[in-house]
Design a protein around this ligand. Sequence first.
Ligand code: SF4
Length: 388
Amino acid sequence: MSIVEVGWMKRLAVYLHIPFCARKCPYCDFNSHVTSDGSLVQRYLEALDTEIRLASQQPEVKGRAISTIFFGGGTPSLLSGKELNRLLDTCREFLPVEPQAEITCEANPGTVTLEKLTALRRGGFNRLSFGAQSFQSHVLDRLGRIHSARDTVRSVRSAREAGFENLSLDLIFAAPGQSLQDWQSDLQQAVDLGPDHLSTYSLTIEPGTEFGELYRKGQLKPLDEETDAAMFETALDFLPEAGYNQYEISNFAHPGRQCQHNLIYWHNEEWLGLGAGAHQHLNGIRRWNVKSPAKYVELMETRGLATEDWEQVAIPVQMGETMMVGLRLLRGVSTDAFRDRFGVNLEETFPQPIRKLTRLGLLHVTEDRMALTRKGILFANQACLEFV
Ligand code: SF4
């Protein structure tokens, strides 16, 4: 059992949502918005600052060690170094942030300079996650990205120069028009840049996005499933050979460089989610804020609370969710940790899904763990859903 699994009761992650982007990418269904209203952005930052202070007063938060902080979006790196550092200062002032906490900022390579990255490093950020997505200009154009491959190379070099020792790159595969050769080249170019961590996501066409609309009208053809699967398997083979160990379905890292923040999600631990549309999971209660940044600002200014709704997560649901997210990890779920947390035996709680997945060759059960097999990893979404 890892220290992480033993310590699930104590530590807490903090997620801060920055919902602004320079341009809406056509595939994106995140809570991200393009705005030219500078005063809305400033009021949003004030509101978020207030929410951090108020969150620190919650009894469930007091005394909890904050081991990770993640600024996600949207595009947090659209903000200035000063604005981001100010939010981080507020976290540090009001929350018990551990000295060695992992503090990540998501960054779009089209929005950073050496000066900004140096300011972030000095301000206490110690990890950057760049949305590189691809190194092929035709893929970046199709994805509507505002940056070039050259921007990514420059950003990574600047980040190293600024003193960041923990860098991650996000890559997308199965984008419309992307070939297997494009993807192989993307993987090679990403590895050549020497990041510490890589995330590879298959593009999904979501309803309500520009791509979703084009697909509905028959004007966008998704990549076929065979090529999508071949791309995923290419990453599964190539990245470990290049020194990046797969530790989660979509995530690969040099030893010791796994994303600690996301591990808290995958262990189904607890986190504070602050900002427009942010979800949090604390003390068996899931709570989420209103999605619209303007509404969030208005509610924070008038009521000091922007909750849209909340729900109690019943223990059986928590158990199912623990399996659903835990099996995404290559190490799988520790049967001891499950028993310590819920007071019941894992095999006796989920006899049917365990039998079914084992019979299909998707799940591997050992004395103290359950994990997906290689075949299970290829069908991870369907396999994990068996538990909820
Ligand atoms: S930069 Fe990221 S968050 Fe913003 S629109 Fe594009 S994919 Fe969405």
